[in-house]
Write a protein that binds this ligand. Structure first.
Ligand code: NBG
Length: 830
């Protein structure tokens, strides 16, 4: 019978969604006192049977991991129920975080830490004949993001819960996340990330919730209002992942939307025997959330990407309204109750979508709808790279979202009137500020749209926010200076110190007590130990142990743990200048060859993914691999110098590298890295930074003091001036740099193949758009200063301790507290 209901003919045009009539929330009963939970060990055995249908003795490691995860999830859900009820009944202003990416990392270890269950879990694992580490290792991490932006969203979810702020994160449940990276013959090879293949115990599918999202079609303007008649519909269903606060009961959730077909089968086609056509629409719908676009800082410009963006924001907003009405409120209160944050421009279609829902579905007029929209939205910009500013071709938007384009035009018309009134006769300004870009195919400029509708616009580090006001959004900042602000990024110390580096965590606690995990400024208490010989010895032992663990993990003989571990881990991009680092490694190699003393043995660790279509980035990976191979084969230098490329950088891999690093490479061309967050993670784990005055490096250096930071390179202003004056790298290519480039060109790192790196060398010699050559000499000098300090371990250790002691500012708790106060106007639940 069920099939009869779901197999409906596709002939009749689908009906657009009707205004929802939703029940209001009944008075909620107090939650029953739940029976006391069994011990974790007993519970795991129970879960093996009841969730996994396995009896002890035949289960796999994955079964054990799943059983433990289910038991932990039960405990999380108990907290969650209380929080959800509080949010719903208190009608408090709530944060709605909209992000196309969340790189949350593996959940088991983090949740055990939050719930304080590590000791119990360790004992429980033992009863199964496993170690806790093995079970933690069995988890596939959800790679639902590309890099910094997605990881930031995950840190923010953690801090929101920890600060007791009511929040929901909305995003996409990609079936395949960021690709897995293999290195074969030195080249990056991408493999599909099948993170769901062994089950995902953390998510809860909500069967009762489902929202309809339309695409295509046309609009009808009548006396009663506007009707959008979409050509096809997709249904969005949510999967929730609980996010528990550390040291509090507050538990928020991440709601990720998955697309399913609104019609199961095309019965007409089916009856004609065309089975494939019958399922075609279903497959097409479900493709929507199949895969994450693996681009970092550059738009994909693809229809499916636009569909993904619209799909998730439409689901999110429909869901927000559903909850609002369920809580006994009306859509008129939306702007008071919800603080909606746009994590970059990817969710910007939420703006016209909210206007559409308020006007076309709920019957509000323009002015009222616009006021609510302006009250709700705020926008974070994450990049100034011109190629990364999202624009969508007008014809595409028109075809896919005709009603939204009308609304965008109307927003633009009213906005440009305002500009005209403020700056009469300034047509150039008008053209720059328009939401529609002219020239070639017209486009919708998403950053402009996000800015016009938002009550606050922020960059992610002081320098970046300033440059944003002075360059990309200058006209807007002139018009509305009060809307622009800065919130410097932060990272969660729970995952990136307490969990990733338990030895350091314990040492810190032994010195300053507990509490730093929730109040990172307390780390200043470490300052007084900076020169304490006993404390330094322990500090050093922790670092050495972490390096040994990493070396063992990378394979026997990968590197000698006493060597200086110099790490650059982040997406591979020319502006991040991994090639500057590599050229310097070559220079060191040559020095050893020339009989010079490089001061200390060193291991360079590189890790990071290149966008599959970014050829130059892939070539840089190949160069790292080539240098690594050549150096490892050189009997004279191999004990002094190593270059390692660690494949498949992910949250899991990152958690292994940060605790082991001595030196953190943050060497982007000044003005181009919006903030960086890896820089903070390294600092929190006691690495010293070598870096340019870029992104949050500036603030890291301010916090730690110039003596504890290796600064080099042109400033953002100097970079601009160089370019303006007709930069030519030739001026800077001499000495070690010239030799290093010659060596690369000679095939020394490509088994004699001169052609392989030719594009890279030619580009550096002739264009060098990221000023690698201009900064090389200053970089090499800063690297000499690094070695000088390394040679006096007491000073190095003091600097390392001071770096950690002064890192409190880079907690994501500080960032979230700033958003809460300056931008969202939200208050803690407790
Ligand atoms: C990235 C920046 C980083 C920054 C993160 C998080 C994008 C578009 N931007 O510098 O490149 O740390 O965002 O803000 O991914």
């Amino acid at each position: 019978m069920r099939t009869m209901r779901t197999i409906r003919t596709m002939r009749t045009p689908p009906t657009p969604p009707t205004p929802p009539t939703l029940p209001t929330l009944p008075t909620l009963p107090t939650l029953p006192t739940l029976p006391t939970l069994p011990t974790l060990a007993d519970d795991i055995l129970d879960k093996l049977t009841t969730e996994l249908a396995k009896f002890p003795g035949v289960e796999t490691k994955n079964d054990q991991y799943l059983a433990l995860a289910f038991a932990v999830r039960d405990r999380l859900l108990r907290r969650w129920a209380e929080s959800a009820k509080t949010i719903l009944t208190k009608q408090k202003r709530t944060v709605v975080y909209l992000s196309a990416e969340y790189l949350i990392g593996p959940q088991l270890g983090a949740n055990l830490l939050t719930l304080g269950l590590e000791v119990e879990a360790r004992a429980a694992a033992k009863t199964l004949g496993s170690t806790l580490e093995e079970l933690v290792e069995a988890e596939e991490e959800p790679g639902l993001g590309n890099g910094g932006l997605g990881r930031l969203a995950a840190c923010y979810m953690d801090s929101l819960a920890t600060l007791d702020l009511p929040a929901v994160g909305h995003g996409l449940r990609y079936e395949f996340g960021i690709f897995d990276q293999d290195i074969r013959d030195g080249w990056q090879v991408e493999r599909t990330d099948r993170w769901l293949r062994s089950g995902n115990p953390w998510e809860i599918r909500r069967y009762e919730i489902r929202h309809t999202v339309g695409f295509g079609g046309h609009t009808e303007h009548t006396a009663e209002g506007v009707r959008w008649i979409p050509e096809r519909f997709v249904e969005g269903v949510p999967y929730d992942t609980p996010v528990a606060g550390y040291g509090t009961q507050t538990t928020n959730f991440l709601r990720l939307w998955s697309a399913i077909a609104s019609e199961e089968l095309d019965l007409d086609a089916f009856q004609l025997g065309d089975y494939w056509r019958a399922v075609d629409a279903k497959i097409r719908s479900e493709n929507l959330t199949k895969v994450l676009y693996p681009n970092d800082s550059s738009p994909a410009g693809k229809q499916l990407r636009l569909e993904q963006q619209y799909f998730f924001v439409s689901c999110a907003l429909q869901d927000c309204i559903r909850l609002l009405l369920l809580g006994g409120m009306t859509v008129r209160q939306l702007g008071d109750i919800l603080a909606i944050q746009l994590n970059d421009t990817h969710p910007t279609l939420a703006i016209p979508e909210l206007m559409r829902l308020l006007m076309d579905i709920h019957g509000l007029g323009w002015d009222e709808a616009w006021k609510i929209t302006r009250q709700a939205f705020a926008y974070t910009n994450h990049t100034l790279l011109p190629e990364a500013l999202e624009t969508w071709p007008l014809p595409l938007v028109e075809r896919l979202l005709p009603r939204h384009l009308e609304l965008i035009f109307e927003i633009n018309r009213r906005f440009l009137d305002e500009v005209r009134a403020r700056f009469p006769g300034d047509d150039a300004r008008l053209a720059r500020m328009s939401l529609i870009g002219e020239g070639g195919t017209k486009q919708v400029r998403m950053a402009n749209l996000a800015t016009v509708a938002s009550h606050h616009i922020n960059g992610v580090a002081a320098l970046h926010s300033r440059l944003l006001r002075e360059t990309v959004l200058r006209d807007f900042a002139e018009m509305w200076p009060e809307r622009f602000t800065n919130v410097t990024n932060g990272v969660t110390p729970r995952r990136f110190v307490a969990l990733a580096n338990p030895k350091l965590g314990e040492l810190i606690t032994s010195a300053i007590g507990d509490g730093w995990q929730r109040d990172l400024d307390r780390l200043t208490g470490l300052e007084k130990f900076a020169n304490d010989a006993g404390f330094q010895a322990k500090w050093r032992a922790v670092k050495l142990a972490n390096k040994t663990t990493l070396a063992n993990h990378l394979g026997a003989g990968s590197f000698e743990p006493s060597a200086l571990l110099d790490a650059q881990c982040k997406r591979i991009h020319e502006y991040k200048r991994q090639h500057l680092n590599l050229l310097h490694a070559i220079a060191l190699w040559q020095r050893i060859g020339n009989g010079e003393d490089i001061g200390a043995p060193r291991t360079f660790v590189f890790a990071g993914k290149a966008a599959p279509a970014y050829w130059m980035a892939k070539l840089i990976i190949r160069l790292a691999a080539g240098i690594g191979e050549r150096l490892a084969a050189d009997p004279i230098t191999r004990d002094q110098l190593r270059v390692l490329f660690v494949p498949d950088f992910s949250v899991k891999v990152a958690q292994r590298i940060y605790p082991a690093a001595d030196l953190s490479e943050q060497i982007s061309t000044a003005g181009l890295e919006a903030s960086g967050t890896g820089n903070m993670k390294f600092m929190l784990n006691g690495a010293l930074t070598i870096g340019t005055l870029d992104g949050a490096n500036v603030e890291i250096r301010d916090a730690v003091g110039a003596d504890h930071f290796f600064l080099f390179g042109l400033t953002a202003e100097q970079v601009i001036a160089e370019k303006r004056d007709g930069y030519h790298p030739g001026r800077y290519i001499h000495g070690e740099l010239a030799n290093a480039l010659d060596l690369v060109a000679s095939g020394a790192f490509s088994r004699g193949d001169k052609a392989m790196f030719e594009p890279l060398v030619t580009d550096l010699r002739n264009r060098d758009p990221f000023l690698v050559c201009a900064d090389f000499e200053a970089y090499a000098a800063a690297q000499r200063a690094v070695v000088e300090l390394w040679k006096s371990p007491k000073q190095w250790l003091a600097s390392s301790i001071i770096n950690v002691a002064r890192s409190g500012r880079f907690s994501s708790d500080r960032s979230i507290a700033e958003y809460a106060k300056q931008i969202w106007n939200v208050a803690p639940l407790r």
